[in-house]
Design a protein around this ligand. Structure first.
Ligand code: ATR
Length: 280
């Protein structure tokens, strides 16, 4: 019997219980996945200790604790340390070990839908946004061997901070959003990581795709709505699109591997999750 959970605030609309319950069924594992909403004024350390007393084998971490949880763990995986955020914690020999599966899960999802990227990485990638999500994705793309990942963000300094993760493994330029719009035709892969376009602001889009080429892949990590304005615009221009909800499944698949050593197949769950989100 496994006991998993999620800490964050708020957590009540999280899709993680549904996802991990599907995984447990598919892996023929007996277990539970509980939500632990920890209010901002509560003592995080007390709450983490209580998880151990309650027999939790592993837990996910979401906003606002991905960074705050780090000093409370016994060990942090080298990648999570570099990214500066933890979204998955494993209890091993009574020690809490922190990992980050967001970026890796994103890259796994992208390659699942665009398997040609496994043989040949996109030559030139543009990351829109420089928040926590962009940081994990940037790091994972670099570790996966993408040769050039540029970042465009409203606040230039945040993009510069992310590029400092680069230890010379890839080429990386920082652009303004306006420059990104003008240079769009030079990119093979565009990844939208800002919160712009998220419900209820689903009529907004962080940049215009007027200069988009039709061979380009446009990916959005926003999953509410399922088809954001930018994805709709990309589709209208006959470009390739990649949906945000699939990242949720693949980051969870990684977390489940860390906890159980089992890799569950995702097939079919993407459509089920899409229906679930559309029904909200
Ligand atoms: P997450 O953890 O999901 O990445 P975040 O860390 O809050 O969220 O980052 C939000 C991202 O969306 C940032 O890149 C932010 O740009 P700034 O760094 O300039 O704040 C971007 N963002 C949010 N609202 C935006 C807007 N109206 N226009 C452009 N970018 C916006």
């Amino acid at each position: 019997m496994y006991n998993f959970g999620l800490i964050g605030y708020p957590v009540k609309h999280s899709l993680s219980p549904w996802i991990h319950e599907q995984f447990m069924k598919r892996a023929d594992i007996d277990g539970a996945y509980q939500l632990f909403g920890i209010e901002p004024e509560a003592d995080l350390r007390d709450n983490i200790n209580r998880l151990k007393e309650n027999g939790i084998n592993g837990f996910n971490v979401t906003v606002p604790y991905k960074e705050k949880v780090m000093p409370l763990l016994d060990e942090i995986d080298v990648e999570a340390k570099q990214i500066g955020a933890v979204n998955t914690v494993l209890l091993k020999n009574n020690q809490w070990i922190g990992y980050n599966t967001d970026g890796k899960g994103y890259v796994r999802s992208l390659k699942h839908y665009y398997p040609a990227l496994e043989k040949e990485r996109a030559k030139k990638t543009l990351l829109l946004g420089a928040g926590g999500a962009a940081r994990g994705i940037y790091y994972a793309l670099m570790k996966d061997g993408f040769p050039q990942v540029d970042i465009a963000n409203r606040t230039e300094q945040s993009a510069i901070d992310i590029v400092s993760l680069n230890n010379g493994e890839m080429k990386s330029d920082v652009l303004s959003l306006e420059q990104a719009e003008n240079e769009l035709h030079t990119y093979d892969l565009i990844i939208q990581t800002t919160t712009v376009g998220m419900t209820p602001n689903d009529q907004q889009s962080v940049i215009s795709l007027k200069n988009l080429q039709k061979e380009t892949i446009v990916s959005d990590i926003v999953y509410q709505p399922i088809k954001t304005k930018i994805l709709q615009e990309a589709e209208n221009k006959h470009a390739n699109i990649h949906h945000g909800h699939t990242m949720l499944l693949y980051q969870a698949q990684y977390a489940f591997e860390i906890w159980t050593n089992k890799t569950v197949p995702i097939e079919g769950l993407d459509d089920q999750l899409k229906l679930l989100l559309e029904g909200r």
